[in-house]
Ligand binder design. Sequence first.
Ligand code: NAD
Length: 433
Amino acid sequence: MKVAVIGTGYVGLVAGACLAETGNDVTCVDIDQRRIRLLQQGEIPIFEPGLHDLVVRNVLGGRLTFTTDTKSAVEQSLVVFLAVPTPTDEDGSADLQHLLDAAKQVAAGINDYKVIVDKSTVPAGTSVKVHELIAGLTLHPFDVVSNPEFLKEGNAVDDFLKPDRVIIGCASDRARTIMTDLYAPFVRTGHPILMMRPESAELTKYAANAILAVKVSFINEIARLCELVGADVDEVRRGMGTDSRIGPAFLFPGMGFGGSCFPKDICALDHTAKSLGLDLHIIHGATKANQRQRLFIPDKILDRFSGRLAGRPIALWGLAFKANTDDVRESPAFTIVDTLLDNKAVVSAYDPQAMPNTRSIYGDRITYAHDQYSALEGAEALVVATEWNVFRHPNFDRMKNLMKTPLVFDGRNLFDPARMREMGFEYYSVGRV
Ligand code: NAD
C-alpha cells in the first residue's frame, strides 16, 4: 500500500518505519527541513531503541523516503497519516492548529480517493472538524479515520509492531477495509483491531492516558503515607500489584509524571469536560497530586541543606523524562534543575541520551559531564532523576571517592536503602525509610 505520514517525530517516524517494514511504500513528511535533511542523510533525529536499524533497512529497501513536499506525498498515497503535535493551548485545551494546518496541506494533494488517518491525540469530535475542513477544499472523495497511537517512547518500535490493540474510529466501510488490511500484519498473534465510532476512538486515547496518570499519582500518594507510617512502598506496591484485579504496571512511585503526553492529555481531557459543564474530580486529584509530587525530591534537598544551596556542587544523573528516550518535554528532572539553579547551586548533569536536548534549553547554566562518574567529582550530593539501567548498579566505592559528601537523593528508588546505609551513604528515596 502507498502511505504518507505527515509529521516525522516520535510517533510519525516510528509509524512510518514500521509500516515500511511490512512492505508498504511510505513517504514521511515534515515541515522541519533540517529534520528531513538529516533523515535523507541516514541520520535519525531522535533516540528510540531499534529505530535506527529499522529506518536504515527500509530506506535501503526503497520502501521509506523523506520529503518536505506534502502535496506530492499525498498525491502518491492512498492512506495519509497525520502525526503532528497537539500541544496544550493557553486555556488548557488541545491546540489543533498544527493538525488543521496539516489537513489543509493534505487537501491540496488529494487527487483521488484517500483515507486521512488522524494519529495525533485529539479531543472527541476532531475527525468531524477535519472532515469538514477538507471537504471545503476538495471535490475528490476521501474518508477521515481516527486511529490514536498508544506506543511508549523508549519501547516505541516494539509497541507499534506488536500493539495490545489497534483502535479505529471510522464511519466508512471502505476506509475500515483499508485500515484492517494495513494493520493485519501487526495483529497476527490475535490482538484485536477494535472498530468504533470516531468520537469513542478519540476519547479512548485520553481515557487510557488519564487512568495511567491516576495510577502514578495514586502510588505517589501512598509512598508519602508509607514514609509517615514506617511502611516500604516497594513492599506495598508488590502486595497490591499481585492482585490480578489491580496488576503491577504503573505502580512505581517517583518524582511525578512528565513527558509530552500525560500532562497535556489530562489537561485537554479536563478542558473538554469542563467546557461541557462536567467536573472530572479524579483527574483534578491526579493533577494536584502530581504538582505536589514534582516537588517531593526538591523539597527533601532544600530541607537537608536548610535552604542553603548557593555555590554547592550537586550532581544529577538523568535528564530525560524517563529511561530509554532523549525526550525531555515536561521532564521531572527539570524541576530539580530549576530548584537547584534558583537556589544558586552548581549543577553537573549526565544523561546517556538527553544532554543535547537539555543543552538547547539550559545552555551552559549547567555543566554536562561526559559520563556518570565525572558528574560526581567534588559533589556534595547526587540526585538520581531518570531510571536508566546504567545507573542501577554503579560502582559505589568509586562514587564515594569522587563525591565530597556521600549523600544521595534517589527520585527513582533505584538503590536499596539498607545497603546504601551499610555502605556509608546518607540516602533519601521515595516512600521507603
Ligand atoms: P513530535 O513533536 O515528536 O513530532 C511532530 C512532528 O510534526 C515535528 O517534527 C513537526 O515538525 C512536524 N509537523 C508539525 N506540523 C507539520 C505539518 N503541517 N506538516 C508536516 N509536519 C509537521 O510529536 P510526537 O511526540 O510524535 O506527537 C505527535 C502526536 O502523537 C501528538 O498528538 C501526541 O500527543 C501523539 N502521541 C505521542 C506519543 C509519544 O509518545 N510521543 C504517543 C502517542 C501519541
